[in-house]
Each structure stands twice: as structure tokens, then as C-alpha cells.
Design a binder for this molecule. Sequence first.
Ligand SMILES: [Fe+2]
Length: 239
Amino acid sequence: MRIALFSDVHGNVTALQAVLRELRERGPFDAVVCAGDMVLMGPSPEEVVDLLRAEGVKMVRGNCDDMVSGLLPIETEAGSDPVRLERFRVHVKWTRERLGEERLDFLRSLPVTRTFDPAPGQSLLVCHASPSFTNQPLPRPDLLRTEGAKYYGDTEARVIAVGHWHQPSLTLLGERIVLNVSSVSIPMDGRPIACFTIAEWRDGIWSFEQYRVDYDIAPEIHRIRERNMPLPPWPKLEE
Ligand SMILES: [Fe+2]
């Protein structure tokens, strides 16, 4: 079984196109899966949702999708800082207007987890942050080894594939593997190079390969201006 995994597209359709092109070269796959946060903070949310649907990518809901669709209160994510809260509100409103009701309904209809079972006791579970909730607080990636069991200990899955942190990583928690498939749009090293992961079950062993794909960010910057996209609430991106 071969599964292509990526996450956190955040409305960047040019990065998504680059990843899908690369996956076509490296296929076939039993499934192509996006671990949530398809929209918010990027200029092309409707193009991203439409392309993922057209390509048959299996999606789960992320915290940003839930904020945009109204399933998660903005205050939960933005905290008490009034400036940050207002920026989130403006961004969510802009993204909702771009998406329209039909796509918002679609985002609300998505599951929180998806599971793939190549062999008994070897399932791979995909979720955005944790299997129980899209935005449950998680230990920092460097603390996963010591604190991860309390977030992932309840699941039967052998492999838990997540996004949310925008950093590729692989952590062993006893017999379990927590795999961060990383972000298509905003890898946290600040370089506009998209990430994706290929998970393969073969000869009784799981193996994982993580890749980065270069792309031209110019069309997205053009769309930010053309569509009057508000400033993202993440200070890092304003620099
Ligand atoms: Fe994200």
C-alpha cells in the first residue's frame, strides 16, 4: 500500500499544483490524502478546494477549515490579543466570501480522521492535530517523545499522520509512529518550497519518504494584490 500525504495547503493553489504534479510522477498511490487546513491565510481558497475535489484527494478537517466554516469559534484560535483576534476575523470573513456556501458545506462535511489498513495492527490514521479534535493543544514537536503518549495513546493505529505544526518529522512513541507530513504552503522554515510525504507498506514494514518541491510563488503574490487579501494574522508572514 502506498499513500501520498500532505497538509496545510492554506489557500496556495500554485504550491498544491506543484505537489500534485510531482505526485503524478511518483504514483500510483492507493490514496492521496490532505491532513487538513486546506484554506485560510492564502489567496486561492476556492481554487484549492475545487482542485482537491477534482483530483479525488481525501481530506480531513483542520482547525483553520473549522474556523472558516464556523465549526470552531475564532476566539478559540486567536486567544485574547485584540489585534490578533481582529485580524483572524477579517481573514476568516474574506475566506468565507471567496468560498461561498456550497464549499463551506463541503468543508463542514469532512471527517476528522481517515484510516487505512494494510494489515492487522498496522493501520495508518490521518488527522490534522490529534485524533480527537482538530485543534487540541499538542506538545511541541521536540516534546513529542516525552509527552506524545497522552495525545495519541488512545488510538489503535500504528502510524498517526498529522499536519498542524508545518514541520516534517517522525517520532517513535513505543510501537507507534507519529509522522508530521508537513505543509504544502507554509513550511515553518520560511522557504516557499512545498512539502509532502509518501508512506509505503511493503514486505511487512512501513517506510516513509519526505520531499520538498520548488515552485514559483509569483502567481500567488499577484492574486494577493488582485484580490485585496487582508494581512495574515501570523506576524512572521508580514516581514
Ligand atoms: Fe495550518
